[in-house]
Write a protein that binds this ligand. Structure first.
Ligand code: SAM
Length: 300
C-alpha cells in the first residue's frame, strides 16, 4: 500500500489520513510522546518535512515534491513495519518543551518528575540546592532539567549502562552543561562514595514482571534494564530507600518515580510517610520524602 501511496497521495492532509489509517490497521501502541495515531502521524510527517513539531494546520493543503513524499512514506512505513517508537525514528524526544537526542541505547524520556523539577519541587523543598543528584539518568534528560531549574547547583548523574551514559554525554554537551553535570557509571549510589546532596531525583526501572511480559512491541525496543525491576517492580526503589538518607543533607529531599506501584510500596513500607504530589496525568506515580522522614522511618 505504501507503493500506491507514493504515486497517488498529494497533500499533507492526504498523508495524514493515510498514516492514521495504517497506524490503526496495524494496531500500533502509542505512549512515546504521542497519545494516538493522529498525533503520531502529524509528528512524523512534520519531522520528515523538516517542519517544527507543533504546527500542522498551515500546511495541510500543501502538495509534496516527489522527494518529500518519499521521505514521508519511508518514515511512516518504518513506524508500521518495525514497530519502532517514533523518537527512535527521529532521534529526538521532547520533555516539557526540551529537546533531547535519543536512540535505542536509552529509554524514551517521559518522566512524571520533569514538571516537578521545573517547578523546583515547591513547596516541598525546604533548602537551597547546591548539589543535586539524578539516579538512573538514562538520556540525562532529568539531569539537564535539574541544571536548568537550579542554576547555582552542580549535578551528579548515575547510570549502570555505559550505552545510556554515552547518550547522556551527548545531551549534556548539546545543552552546554559539561561543567555543571558529572556523569558516573555504576549501581545506584555505589560510584558516589560519601557524597551528599540537597536534592536526589530518581526515575528507576519500575515495571513489574507481569507487565514486562505483556509489553507492546514498541516497548521491546527500549533497553530492558530501563524497564523491569524484579517481580513487583520495586527492587531498585527498595535499594534507593535503603541508602538515600546517607546521601541526603539535612532537610534534603528525595523524589522517586514508581509508576503504578503505590499500593505495593505503601504495603511494603507501612511506617514511611510518603508524600504524593499532584502530577499532571500521573497521579500517585511520584513520591517525596525528606531526609528527616526517611530517618524517622529507620532508613537513615
Ligand atoms: C526508567 S529509566 C529512566 C531514564 C531517565 N532518567 C528518564 O527519565 O528518561 C531507568 C534508567 O536506570 C538505569 N538503571 C537500571 N538499573 C540501574 C542501577 N542499578 N543503577 C543505576 N542505573 C540503573 C537504566 O539503565 C535506565 O537508563
Amino acid at each position: 500500500m505504501f507503493v500506491q501511496a507514493r504515486s497517488h497521495l498529494h497533500t499533507v492532509r492526504d498523508w495524514l489520513r493515510f498514516a492514521a489509517s495504517r497506524f490503526h490497521e496495524a494496531g500500533l501502541a502509542f505512549g512515546h510522546g504521542s497519545t494516538d495515531a493522529y498525533d503520531e502521524a502529524a509528528y512524523l510527517i512534520l519531522h520528515a518535512l523538516h517542519l517544527p513539531p507543533h504546527r500542522l494546520e498551515p500546511y495541510l493543503d500543501a502538495r509534496l515534491l516527489p522527494d518529500e513524499a518519499e521521505r514521508v512514506a519511508d518514515i511512516l512505513e518504518r513506524r508500521v513495519t518495525l514497530r519502532l517508537p517514533a523518537p527512535y525514528l527521529t532521534n529526538e524526544a521532547w520533555l516539557q518543551g526540551h529537546r533531547f537526542y535519543v536512540d535505542d541505547r536509552v529509554i524514551v524520556p517521559r518522566s512524571f518528575l520533569a514538571p516537578l523539577i521545573l517547578e523546583r519541587f515547591e513547596p516541598w523543598l525546604a533548602r537551597d540546592v547546591g548539589h543535586a543528584l539524578d539516579l538512573c539518568t538514562g538520556s540525562g534528560c532529568l539531569a539537564v532539567l535539574l541544571a536548568q531549574a537550579f542554576p547555582q547547583a552542580s549535578v551528579d548523574a548515575v547510570d549502570l549502562s555505559a550505552d545510556a551514559l554515552a547518550v547522556a554525554r551527548r545531551n549534556v554537551g548539546d545543552y552546554g552543561l559539561e561543567r555543571r553535570i558529572r556523569l558516573f557509571e555504576g549501581d545506584l549510589f555505589a560510584p558516589l562514595g560519601d557524597r551528599s546532596y540537597d536534592l536526589i531525583v530518581a526515575n528507576p526501572p519500575y515495571v513489574d514482571a507481569d507487565s514486562v511480559a505483556a509489553l507492546p512491541a514498541e516497548y521491546l525496543h527500549e533497553p530492558p534494564l530501563a524497564l523491569g525491576s524484579g517481580q513487583d517492580g520495586l527492587d531498585s526503589t527498595r535499594a534507593i530507600l535503603r541508602d538515600a538518607a546517607r546521601h541526603l543533607n539535612p532537610s534534603g529531599l528525595l523524589a522517586v518515580e514508581i509508576g503504578h506501584n503505590r499500593d505495593t510500596l505503601e504495603a511494603a513500607f507501612p511506617h514511611v510517610a510518603f508524600d504524593w504530589p499532584d502530577v499532571e496525568g500521573g497521579e500517585g506515580t511520584v513520591f517525596l520524602l525528606t531526609r528527616e522522614q526517611l530517618a524517622a522511618a529507620g532508613s537513615a
